[in-house]
Design a protein around this ligand. Structure first.
Ligand code: HEC
Length: 104
């Protein structure tokens, strides 16, 4: 069993890592992940039902694409949301296209 799976893993892992480092990702899938995971529900609770406000308020914390990537990774791991690298990349793209609009 393992002898057949290992070569496949070795092949898939680097390809995945490369894909995850690439922007743009799939923002449509990012929205699905964001809205169906605890991202939306936690932010919703924090903002009394106005989760978008977190991304659009004038004193928002994220001020660059690098910062957005960091924040999404931070929330994902600290809050144990459980998105994989590609999922994080997709969510970053969704949030950037919809709310932040950073160009680099
Ligand atoms: C259990 C709660 C919780 C979960 C789950 C969570 N977050 Fe957060 N998130 C926070 C808190 C707390 C902040 C900081 C709010 C503040 O500074 O006022 C935050 C802030 C952010 C910000 C920065 C907003 C700004 O000010 O520009 C982004 C982006 C973000 N979260 C994305 C995500 C994404 C994407 C997910 C899912 C992968 C997620 N968060 C899951 C609690 C959570």
């Amino acid at each position: 069993m393992m002898r057949r799976i290992l070569p496949i893993l070795i092949f898939i892992l680097p390809v995945n890592a490369m894909a995850a480092a690439l922007l743009p990702g799939d923002s449509e899938n990012g929205k699905k992940l964001h809205d169906s995971s605890s991202c939306l529900s936690c932010h919703s609770q924090m903002t009394e039902g106005k989760p978008d406000m977190l991304y659009t308020r004038s004193d928002r914390r994220v001020t660059s694409l690098g910062g957005l990537i960091k924040q999404v990774n931070g929330c994902n791991s600290m809050q144990k949301v459980g998105l994989d690298e590609r999922g994080v990349n997709d969510v970053v793209n969704y949030l950037n296209e919809t709310f932040y609009n950073f160009s680099d």
